[in-house]
Design a protein around this ligand. Structure first.
Ligand code: FES
Length: 106
């Protein structure tokens, strides 16, 4: 089994405004890329409940996101649910900036 981590170039730092989120698709899988005051964060692209809303359409408040469909809130940093603790956590991904370019470790 290949367990090597593959850094994927997803764009430039300035492509995303601070306090916002963009969708990034790679090999037919969506990821939500967040740029906060504290840096870049990445979660799975769709929400965990059955509506599976695009998380790139969520509202960003500090380090929390509010799902555009059901209104549930999650930590962007840990992926943990905040408003409904029965929900599973969002999957989070390692993301980093290097000389103005953004990479996702997949
Ligand atoms: S789609 Fe239901 S909480 Fe996000």
């Amino acid at each position: 089994m290949n367990t090597e981590i593959e850094p994927v170039h997803i764009g430039q730092e300035d492509d995303i405004e601070i306090g916002s989120v963009e969708n990034f698709e790679h090999e037919e899988i969506d990821y939500a890329i967040f740029r906060l005051e504290s840096g870049f964060f990445a979660t799975q692209g769709h929400c965990v409940c059955e509506d599976q809303a695009f998380l790139s359409e969520s509202n960003v408040e500090g380090e929390e996101l509010e799902c555009a469909s059901c209104g549930n809130t999650f930590s962007i940093v840990s992926g943990d649910p905040i408003s409904d603790l029965e929900l599973p956590s969002l999957k989070i991904y390692d993301i980093y900036e290097e000389e103005g370019d953004i990479y996702l470790n997949l």
